[in-house]
Design a protein around this ligand. Sequence first.
Ligand code: ZN
Length: 174
Amino acid sequence: MDLIPSFSVDHTKIVPGIFTNRVDTLGDYNVTTYDVRVTKPNIEPNVDVAAMHSLEHLIATYLRNDPDWKDEVIYWGPMGCLTGFYLILKGNREPSEIYDLLLRAFQSVEDAEDVPGASAVNCGSYLMHNLEIAKWYARKFAAYLAENADNPDIFNYPRSERLVTEDGRQFFDS
Ligand SMILES: [Zn+2]
């Protein structure tokens, strides 16, 4: 059975938000990959790489310690384009069902006094962090999510046909 999604995303129409990237079935379980898109691709500047790195540490630590959600989290990490993050959770929830979790996670960055794991023992590039600029992005995204709580566009990806490369392979970016 071909489970590869037949659509991809029209990046010219994306607004920041929380979107289902794909749902995979692993044995008896569903696993959902979400795109947590922090900036508008190719219109706004991508997230500063050091701030992105700090947000990776801060939000991963938050999600994996949240008493209600920690057992659901499989993965949190940055997109290579630095416009957002991938979040992989057990199950198959609508993006609106994880809105409160992500709002809390990004709001929590404001209170951080340091970046967890920013040391040579715990991180592969421990000097490449910027907590203050991470707070700026987190504050901006949390305010945006709060303002757009009732805007369906922050949960629905603009879809397009999946790109097929010249040698006939289906294109994926994650
Ligand atoms: Zn690191």
